[in-house]
Ligand binder design. Structure first.
Ligand SMILES: [Zn+2]
Ligand SMILES: [Zn+2]
Length: 217
């Protein structure tokens, strides 16, 4: 049997890396006469290889994962396997978050300060848990964003009566004919609106979003 050519031999050796070899090191030293280039960026020299598919990749293309460096394509493929939610799950999840959000988003921002501080968290947990269950515990790449949007929009809808109160205040602000007394009254009104509804609503939306999305990670 003829001895294998050195180049062939090297190639043979590399493609036959065992899984353990690949896991332990994704950095395979190359000799000077054997320059290798990034698969995506053919002008960038790189000896770094993806430890899953073995292709060469430059630092821009490499993604650091808990099991070593991988190329973007392999990472994306893995994520696609990880996210199993279908269109139906998104619809159910968003509808659930929206439905609960209409109730909690109406009640919680209208409570006294401590009520808002204390109940925004469980409201978010409740929404996250409910979405997690109705979607059959299938993760979705954009599920968290969709649920956060549902929380924010449902809360803003609950604030419609407040928006209607804001209207006259805004037109009063824009009216240059207001006297001093009216100006004070107007500032007081704005302060009340902000303190009574808008800040609590913002706190609720933020906290509920954080809690719900951490449940859906
Ligand atoms: Zn790869
Ligand atoms: Zn590259």
């Amino acid at each position: 049997m003829p001895a294998p050519e050195s180049g062939e031999f090297r190639e043979h050796k590399i493609t036959n890396l065992t899984k353990d070899d690949a896991m332990s090191s994704s950095f395979i030293p190359t000799t000077d006469d054997e320059k290798t280039y990034c698969t995506v960026h053919p002008t960038v020299e790189s000896g770094l290889r993806c430890n899953r598919c073995g292709r060469y990749m430059c630092v821009r293309c490499a993604v650091h994962t808990p099991v070593g460096y991988r190329c973007r394509q392999c990472v994306n493929q893995q994520q696609d396997g990880f996210y199993k939610a279908e269109r139906r799950d998104y619809l159910l999840g968003v509808a659930t978050a929206f439905g609960i959000g209409l109730v909690t988003g109406f009640i919680v921002p209208r409570l006294m300060l401590f009520g808002v501080l204390i109940l925004s968290f469980p409201a978010g947990v409740l929404i996250g848990e409910a979405v997690w269950r109705v979607t059959g515990r299938r993760r979705g790449k954009y599920m968290r964003q969709a649920v956060i949007a549902a929380i924010v929009i449902s809360c803003l809808i609950g604030l419609i009566p407040v928006w209607q109160e804001i209207g006259p205040v805004v037109s009063a602000v824009l009216n240059p004919q207001v006297g001093r007394g009216a100006e004070q009254l107007r500032n007081q009104l704005i302060g009340e609106l902000v303190g009574t509804y808008l800040l609590p609503a913002l706190f609720y939306m933020g906290m509920a979003s954080i809690m719900a999305s951490s449940r859906l990670k």
